[in-house]
Design a protein around this ligand. Structure first.
Ligand code: AHR
Length: 499
């Protein structure tokens, strides 16, 4: 029996924010130092940016970049990373090991964002930092007046403000083993109010992201902070600890469930904040609270003590299929998730991998690039009935072979079906139908495939992922289309939707 994909083209459901395709960098292992920034490398430009990496990052085209952490924000003081480079301190990275030499600080980060066309998203230190320090950072970045920190930025060569709009109020503050005092939501709320007040008084227009956790934490912090919080953050790392067969893909469904539960909670808070005391001297939140999935990816947590080395994961093609499935989840949940940053961009759990001589694209790079480049900017409603993947013994699992997201690109007038066939060895035929239209002509089918589930890329190897662009692809008479085994297909249909 073929699978069925039904797309409703009578209505565009919601806009999909480009920020879904963001990236994250942290002072963790070789993500920043030796990844994007390496002043001593012959591969770097005069500013110390690795040019081979920069070119690959431009291929991902992230519209948003989160920095400097992650857990490391708990020891990060922004003043250490500005001013003359020879005076910057070499700080022991007590969180992840190694040294933060601060050669890459706020201004280098902003320069990098400008080079790649990304909006900056900064996260403040609520552990060893103070509300005043965070507000000073806002003033340094965004100040336009004749004030100390705005002038300090100017004296560092940046006359114009950086206009950093997105600010995280800490990172994973509920995580008990991490350093910090704010694991109890009551403590967090108390501190976060103070940080929010200081920072908003430095720039009333900034948007704040609260670190989320389990549902109880989320409710406790939102009940108090919802008037000033624009986003609640979620972090989701998939792993194959519970198996790497069909069940591995159930992570996509788990992520979708977490987002859906969080979305329900967010619906309890008013879209507009009424009766906000004018003596706060800044406005309250102006629209619904959204979800920022500001760390997501695949983390195969090992047993060794060298967790930083473990995070230099080499990803296979099965991982790429899971990444594509998770991107489908984000598109389907784009009414609630309007910001996401993949963790992390280079070397650490990352799509780009370097050594001193060069760099290569991991398998997971390809879906990240493809979705960013070709997906539509509106969500369409879509239902899929698919056969199930089988487990190791040939019994059907609870995981469908096909995972689908439908979007509409109004600039290109294209309906884009993103279809992941997770069956490792068999093609899958699906009959596609469109409510409100005949089956439109296929403009283009872009297919990513790889020799096997286990295939990886590496140094000295040609890229093992094949990208095929078919301009002559057609549905058969009953609307059928055959998706190759272990493939990611973006099936673009020419069609104008007007509503
Ligand atoms: O991305 C690696 C780490 O994972 C981040 O520092 C932390 O926020 C999360 O636990």
């Amino acid at each position: 029996m073929p699978s069925r994909i039904r797309v409703d083209v009578t209505k565009k459901q919601n806009a999909i924010h480009p920020f879904l395709y963001g990236q994250f960098i942290e002072f963790l292992g070789r993500c920043i130092n030796g990844g994007i920034h390496d002043p001593d490398s012959p591969l770097s430009d005069a500013d110390g940016f690795r040019l081979d990496v920069l070119e690959k990052v431009k291929g991902l085209n992230p519209p948003l970049l989160r920095f400097p952490g992650g857990t490391v924000v708990k020891i990060y003081h922004w003043m250490d990373g500005v001013g003359p480079k020879e005076e910057r301190k070499r700080q022991a990275n007590r969180i992840w090991g190694g040294v933060i030499d601060h050669a890459f600080g706020t201004n280098e980060f902003i320069q990098y964002c400008r080079k790649i066309g990304a909006e900056p998203f900064l996260v403040v230190n609520m552990t060893t930092g103070t509300p005043e320090e965070a507000a000073d950072w806002v003033e340094y970045c965004n100040g336009t007046g004749d004030t100390y920190y705005a002038n300090l930025r100017r004296s560092h060569g940046f006359e114009e403000p950086h206009n950093v709009k997105y600010w995280g109020l800490g990172n994973e503050e509920a995580a008990v083993p991490d350093i910090g005092y704010l694991h109890d939501p009551k403590e967090y709320v108390k501190a976060a109010w103070e940080f929010a007040k200081h920072m908003k008084l430095a720039d009333r227009s900034i948007k704040l992201v609260l670190p989320g956790d389990k549902p109880e934490w989320n409710k406790a912090v939102l009940d108090e902070l919802h008037p000033v919080c624009d986003y609640l953050s979620l972090h989701y790392y998939a792993s194959s600890l519970n198996g790497d067969g069909a069940e591995y893909f159930s992570h996509a469904a788990k992520l979708e469930k977490r987002i859906a539960e969080t979305r329900e909670l967010l619906a309890e808070y008013p879209a507009r904040v009424e009766n906000f005391d004018r003596w706060y001297r800044f406005p309250p939140r102006q629209r619904e609270i959204r979800i920022a999935l500001d760390e997501w990816g695949i983390w195969q947590i090992g047993n060794s003590d060298d967790y930083v080395r473990d995070m230099e994961t080499v990803y296979n093609w099965r991982d790429a299929l899971l990444v594509a499935s998770m991107l489908n989840v984000m598109q389907r949940q784009s009414g609630a998730v309007t910001m996401a940053t993949f963790a992390q961009m280079v070397n650490i759990l990352a799509p780009i991998f370097t050594n001193e001589q060069g760099s290569f694209l991991q398998t997971i790079y390809h879906p990240l690039k493809l979705y960013r480049e070709h997906s539509g900017n509106w969500k369409l409603s879509c239902e899929t009935d698919s056969a199930m993947l089988t487990d190791g013994e040939g019994k059907p699992s609870a995981v469908p072979c096909l995972d689908v997201s439908a979007t509409y690109h109004d600039g290109r007038e294209e309906i884009v079906l993103a279809v992941v066939n997770r069956d490792p060895s068999r093609p899958a035929k699906a009959v596609v139908s469109f409510t409100g239209a005949d089956v439109p002509e296929i403009a283009e089918a872009i297919e990513l495939t790889c020799p096997s589930w286990e295939t990886v890329n590496g140094f000295g190897l040609d890229d093992q992922v094949t990208c095929t662009v078919k301009t002559d692809a057609r549905h058969d008479a009953d609307g059928g289309y055959v998706f190759p085994p272990r493939s990611i297909t973006l099936l673009k249909h020419r069609s104008a939707i007007r509503d």
